[in-house]
Design a protein. Structure first.
Length: 68
């Protein structure tokens, strides 16, 4: 399960808009919103892209995507 609060905090701090993030993550805009709302699962490729585009540390990545 994704820590959506922490994810959305990092998205907001990034200053990047939905269109930019969706393109960087390789997903459509509707899929981006589903991911952000927890209605779709993040794949390894999307987690990798999100880590890079949001400038996440390993600990931040793990806290968002892997701490259940």
């Amino acid at each position: 399960m994704t820590n959506l609060d922490l994810l959305n905090e990092k998205i907001n701090k990034s200053g990047k808009g939905p269109t930019v993030l969706a393109a960087a993550w390789g997903v459509s805009l509707p899929t981006y919103y589903k991911l952000k709302a927890g209605k779709s699962e993040f794949t390894a490729a999307i987690i990798h892209a999100a880590t890079i585009t949001l400038g996440l540390t390993r600990d931040e990545r793990d806290a968002i995507f892997f701490d259940f």
